[in-house]
Design a protein around this ligand. Structure first.
Ligand SMILES: C[S@@+](CC[C@H](N)C(=O)[O-])C[C@H]1O[C@@H](n2cnc3c(N)ncnc32)[C@H](O)[C@@H]1O
Length: 154
């Protein structure tokens, strides 16, 4: 299979090899995304949804470099993270459950040990991380304000 999902958790995307650090979510391969157990240029697509924000920023850069390494030339990365700009606005402007939801999206829901957010991204920040890693042709796939869904090419 030449499509890899990183941090697949309880919502694995169909058609992908599923990789996660937790051994209780039926991942095909268990491990740490900072050190992917795959060869260089093994995959044509890497997909990751609501994972990168679970890493400290220096570790996120390492994980992105790993994603880049395992992608074939011209391969595609699709990455989705919460848009911290949106949730900061909600936190400041809302109260009650919406404010609580914004806090969960900023800091993580704390439903299990790894369920913390250690860094937040707006579009500029995520694009800069991708550019720094070497990705090009970065585009926003969907324009919903609450999350950033970017596609980039190796
Ligand atoms: C919020 S869940 C997202 C799950 C799924 N992708 C989704 O969209 O619902 C984040 C996932 O990243 C995984 N994760 C956290 N740190 C990781 C790491 N260093 N390496 C691999 N997976 C990690 C967690 O175990 C968890 O399953």
């Amino acid at each position: 299979m030449s499509k890899l999902e990183i941090g697949s958790g309880n919502k694995p995307k169909e058609g992908y090899l599923h990789f996660d650090i937790r051994n209780n979510v039926n991942a095909d391969v268990v491990g740490d995304a900072k050190n992917l157990p795959f060869k260089d240029e093994e995959f044509s697509e890497v997909y990751s949804r609501f994972f990168l924000e679970h890493l400290f920023r220096k570790d996120a850069k390492i994980a992105l470099r790993e994603m880049y390494r395992v992608l074939k030339k011209e391969g595609t990365l699709e990455i989705i993270v919460p848009n911290i700009a949106c949730f900061c606005k909600l936190f400041l402007n809302e109260s009650g459950q919406k404010k609580e939801w914004a806090l969960n999206k900023i800091y993580g829901f704390e439903n299990y040990a790894e369920d913390h957010h250690y860094f937040g991204y707006d579009e500029e920040t995520l694009k800069n991380f991708l550019i720094e890693t070497g990705f090009r042709e970065i585009e926003r796939v969907k324009t919903e304000e609450q999350y950033l869904y970017l596609r980039a090419i190796k």
